[in-house]
Ligand binder design. Structure first.
Ligand SMILES: Nc1ncnc2c1ncn2[C@@H]1O[C@H](COP(=O)(O)OP(=O)(O)OP(=O)(O)O)[C@@H](O)[C@H]1O
Ligand SMILES: [Mg+2]
Length: 330
């Protein structure tokens, strides 16, 4: 009853078993829990009608999948039902990525406007403080005008940094491990003793062509966030991977390089999850809420995207960089 007589290649892939392994086994053994799917099959067999269900959450092998299913009765000597399974997980991810991209375009506009608005009055502020300084009756008051000037300069530099990140990427060929190692050294110098940095590298990672400084800045922002989330103790993992036939921003790529920062901290606060890449969104008292906006912007200039997933004890921010040209191994 409900025994598998044939699987096409896509089904073998989705269910994680070969035709040989599954032949003669019940469909209820391959998709767990079995009730909903087998009930659907029985209904189709009894009524001779086509039945379907959407967004069935199931386990196949050791994977959680969300599938749309359709069962059609067949008039065929060695098969009585055709079961079609559609993996909708990827679709959801593609939708989510499209949302991220749209968010990021808005962010970029807001941040540039904000930068301009801040920059204009700064010049006036600094000039006025310099004039004031010359008129001061007591030299000791200069300490105050010095503060105004120094802070105005600091803000101006910050704003310049934001506006400048509009420049064209400086392309060069390098291995992404240079980035993780560079950031690793910075984090190691700064991190509290109780925070452990673990490296989980894929040694076969091919070299890539991108703007190294921009990607260092982006990866550093992610690593700092993770370190700040951990506080005094916890574990930070830098992970690199090569993903094949992977879709980023709605486009399928033969090769995508992944740079990931994982931490076992408390996780991204629920109320921030939808807007975390927007400017000025922060969960920290001393945060400016620009770190992720800038990181997402820099990565997108290099043709990539930052994705994240977070629950308490497991938060991961992942830079996905499609490799457009056939890369040479290093
Ligand atoms: N790994 C993480 N774990 C938990 N929360 C995180 C993590 N990364 C980011 N967040 C949350 O996202 C918020 C936004 O991060 P973002 O880097 O954009 O700004 P920020 O760190 O607050 O300020 P800054 O501009 O100094 O980076 C953080 O304030 C924090 O609440
Ligand atoms: Mg930050």
């Amino acid at each position: 009853d409900l025994k598998v007589t044939y699987l096409n290649a896509a089904a073998e892939n989705l269910l994680g078993v070969s035709l040989r392994q599954s032949f003669g086994r019940s469909i209820g053994e391959l998709v767990l829990p079995p009730e909903e799917l087998t009930a659907l099959c029985r209904r189709a067999l009894n009524d001779g009608q086509i039945y379907g269900c959407r967004e069935l959450a199931a386990r196949v092998g050791d994977r959680e999948v969300i599938m749309d299913c359709r069962v059609s009765p067949l008039d065929c000597p060695d098969a009585r039902l055709l079961l079609e399974l559609f993996d909708t997980q990827r679709d959801r991810q593609v939708r989510r990525e499209a949302e991220l991209l749209a968010q990021q375009r808005v962010s970029r506009r807001i941040i540039r406007q904000l930068a301009h608005e801040v920059k204009n009055p700064l010049g006036g502020l600094r000039g006025a403080a310099q004039l004031l300084e010359r008129q001061l009756p007591v030299a000791s008051l200069k300490a105050y005008t010095d503060v105004i000037i120094a802070e105005a300069d600091r803000l101006a530099a910050l704003v310049d940094g934001i506006l400048q990140s509009g420049g064209e990427p400086k392309q060069k060929k390098f291995n992404l491990h240079e980035i993780t190692e560079h950031v690793g050294r910075l984090i190691e110098a700064e991190k509290p003793e109780g925070v452990i940095l673990v490296r989980d590298y894929d040694p076969s990672l091919p070299s890539t062509v991108a703007d190294q400084d921009q990607l260092i800045q982006a990866f550093l922002n992610l690593a700092k966030n993770a370190m700040q989330a951990l506080g005094d103790s916890g574990q930070l993992v830098f992970r690199t991977r090569v993903l094949t036939n992977y879709t980023v921003s709605g486009q399928k790529h033969r090769l995508v390089l992944s740079l990931e920062v994982e931490d076992n901290g408390p996780g991204v606060p629920e109320e921030l999850k939808e807007t975390i890449f927007f400017p000025l969104v922060t969960g920290r008292d001393t945060g400016t809420g620009l770190g992720l906006t800038i990181a997402q912007d820099l990565v997108s200039r290099n043709g990539g995207l930052i994705e994240f997933s977070s629950r308490p004890g497991a938060t991961s921010f992942q830079i996905l960089l499609p490799v457009s040209n056939a890369p040479e191994a290093t």
